[in-house]
Design a protein around this ligand. Structure first.
Ligand SMILES: N[C@@H](CCC(=O)N[C@@H](CS)C(=O)NCC(=O)O)C(=O)O
Length: 242
């Protein structure tokens, strides 16, 4: 039995749903409302994922967290098209990319999304109520970061720096895509891991980044990515409240 705890529009949940679709793995959905109901901070969910974030995967009673770890687990544990290169060096490169996609791309998108998406989402709560919710987050680093953002907000300068870091990674991808359709040659977890963030850049109105005229290979990659059945299926997961 495979259950994914996820939120319909979350980038990290999309990573996992793309992988599940690409490998044609059957799974059961447990939707977690991370917006109004904030189910990700309920004690029962924190027992599954102490970081208080989606996604989390439960497989035969065992829980795996961290979306990039989950997709590697799915690729290791399930049959179907392999999404990891055979060559050890390419495997290492893939893991380097996964690390950057989480710790540079996701971290900076998260910062940029704070004023645009997070603040309006919690604006109905008093500062004290927001603080109480943050104090429930199990991961001390994330808890501290959220407390600092609550106290001081995210400055325009910090957003500019974050955009520059995103541009660095997009430039790196443009170079990697020379003479190939996918980041490592064959389609892999690296392509899956970054795809939801390209959509999020567009959704956040980061027009300069999402304008592919300066990065034509990346533009072609994004078109190919959006045409894949697995990506279409993962992005089509409906908002249960719509
Ligand atoms: N490193 C984690 C990050 C997960 C994450 O930040 N998830 C976001 C949605 S994409 C979340 O649950 N946010 C809820 C919140 O911030 O309250 C992973 O890759 O699984």
């Amino acid at each position: 039995m495979l259950t994914l705890y996820h939120f319909w529009s979350s980038t990290c949940s999309r990573r996992v749903r793309i992988c599940l679709a690409e490998k044609a793995i059957e799974w059961q959905s447990h939707h977690i409302d991370i917006t109004k109901k904030m189910e990700n901070l309920e004690p029962w969910y924190l027992a599954l994922n102490p970081n208080g974030v989606v996604p989390a995967l439960e497989h035969d009673g065992n829980v795996v967290i961290e979306s990039n770890v989950i997709i590697q687990y799915l690729d290791d544990a399930f049959a179907g098209a392999s999404l990891t290169p055979e060559d050890p060096l390419k495997r290492a490169k893939m893991r380097e990319m996964l690390d950057k996609f989480e710790h540079v791309v996701h971290a900076n998108i998260n910062l940029i999304s704070y004023n645009r998406r997070h603040v309006p989402r919690v604006s109905h709560l008093s500062e004290g109520a927001q603080r109480d919710l943050i104090l429930r987050i199990g991961n001390p680093d994330r808890r501290q970061r959220m407390l600092e953002r609550l106290a001081a907000g995210v400055s325009a300068e910090a957003e500019v720096r974050a955009e520059a870091r995103l541009a660095d990674i997009l430039d790196e991808m443009e170079v990697m895509l020379e003479g190939r359709d996918w980041l490592l040659g064959a389609f892999s977890l690296a392509d899956i891991s970054i795809a939801p963030f390209l959509e999020r850049m567009e959704a956040n109105g980061l027009d300069r980044l999402a304008d592919f005229s300066a990065r034509p290979r990346l533009g072609a990659w994004w078109q190919n990515m959006q045409a894949r059945a697995g990506v279409i299926e993962a992005f089509a997961f409906p908002n249960p409240d719509a």
